[in-house]
Design a protein around this ligand. Structure first.
Ligand code: UT7
Length: 332
């Protein structure tokens, strides 16, 4: 039988500063009513001046350590999902390794935008399932405020900053842990959701700054339609190939980009309100961090009990999308 991996510890960090819809009303031509009804967002957290993605992830790890007694020196691998690394290199994983004192770990960053957590978890599961490593830390951290144009109402209302970490370890009990996963990608999505400036295509220059190329660009309507269909399709495919239906799901934690996208997925999966976790109202879209933030919130609210079937699903830039199914194993 396949060795199984499971989540054995979790932690989160959200910066103190809150940017509400009412604050945004004073910055761009928008309204609390428009943002709430079109997206489900009421407020988002914004990193302090100088606070970078590695800092937020390190704070999330401190939260994990407060909750679970984990020795950082036992961590074998650190995988970081982020599109807002502190810098191109060294990797955010290296910076986190140094910050938290995980001196025996190697690691790397992966760039899969909003699907980053699902992608990173698939790699973590593989590293544990094949018996190579015992403790893999997955950190999802995005400081979206650093690539958001706060004069552009199309995007500035949508994003927030946060980090969350989970520890993946082998499980002794075959009834628990990660059951299956699916990841997908369609590079034709490159034209609809991107940040063009600063890379090797358009290295940083006065021109890239003048043209605001270091900010997120999104064609919202196109992304919206695909997010609804792909997130639901991949979730249904994963459930079906494991002989489950929506009725078997204990908790669905979808990527939180827009409450209307979540509602449409919930309808396609035929889930009831009590089966889905929605926290977009207080955090907005924190890119890679949305699903693990949802895991911590669900756990803290007593909505994740050992044996519950947890379905996670995401869609984002690339386009990338994917889903993971697990039997929750962590006691409260
Ligand atoms: O996580 C990565 C994946 N990202 C997503 O999944 C996001 C997907 N897209 C979306 O969530 C939605 O498309 C948005 C929330 C971005 C936009 O919602 P929408 O219902 O698609 O609005 P729209 O772009 O069609 O705009 C409708 C109207 C427009 O005005 P007109 O042309 O009808 O007069 C916009 O100019 O709303 C206007 N508008 C706004 N009004 C007030 C756009 N943004 C705003 C705003 N405040 N912030």
């Amino acid at each position: 039988m396949r060795r199984k991996a499971t989540i054995t510890a979790i932690g989160k960090y959200v910066p103190e500063k809150i940017l509400s819809n009412f604050d945004l009303e004073k910055m761009v031509d928008t309204s609390d009513e428009w943002i709430r009804t079109r997206t489900g967002i009421s407020e988002r957290h914004i990193a302090a001046e100088g606070e970078a993605s590695s800092d937020m992830a390190s704070f999330a790890f401190q939260d994990l350590q407060r909750r679970f007694d984990i020795d950082p020196q036992e961590i074998d691998v650190i995988i970081v999902a982020t599109i807002t690394p502190d810098m191109f290199f060294p990797s955010t994983a290296a910076l986190i390794q140094y910050n938290i004192g995980a001196t025996n770990a190697w690691g790397f960053d992966i760039s899969a935008a909003c699907s980053g957590f699902v992608y990173a978890m698939i790699i973590a599961a593989q590293l544990v399932e094949n018996g190579l490593y015992k403790k893999v830390l997955v950190a999802a951290t995005d400081t979206m405020s650093t690539i958001t144009d706060y004069t552009n109402r199309d995007t500035c209302v949508l994003f927030g900053d946060a980090a969350s970490v989970v520890l993946v370890e082998p499980t002794e009990n075959a009834e628990f842990g990660i059951i299956d996963y699916l990841a997908k990608m369609d590079g034709s999505g490159k034209d609809f959701l991107y940040m063009a400036g600063g890379g090797s295509r358009h290295p940083a220059s006065h021109e890239t700054i003048d043209k605001k190329m270091h900010y997120i660009y999104q064609e919202g309507k196109t992304v919206f339609k695909l997010a609804v269909s792909k997130m639901a399709d991949v979730s249904i495919e994963l459930l079906q190939r494991n002989s489950f239906t929506g009725a078997d799901v204990g908790l669905f934690i979808p990527h939180q980009a827009n409450k209307r996208i979540i509602d449409a997925c919930v309808n396609r999966l035929k889930l009831k309100d009590g089966q889905v976790l929605i926290n977009i109202d207080k955090y907005a879209n924190t890119t890679a961090a949305t699903i693990p933030l949802g895991i911590v919130d669900g756990y803290d609210q007593g909505r994740l009990k050992p044996g519950d079937l947890l379905l996670m699903s995401a869609f984002g830039g690339g386009f990338t999308w994917g889903s993971m199914l697990m039997r929750w194993s962590l006691l409260q």
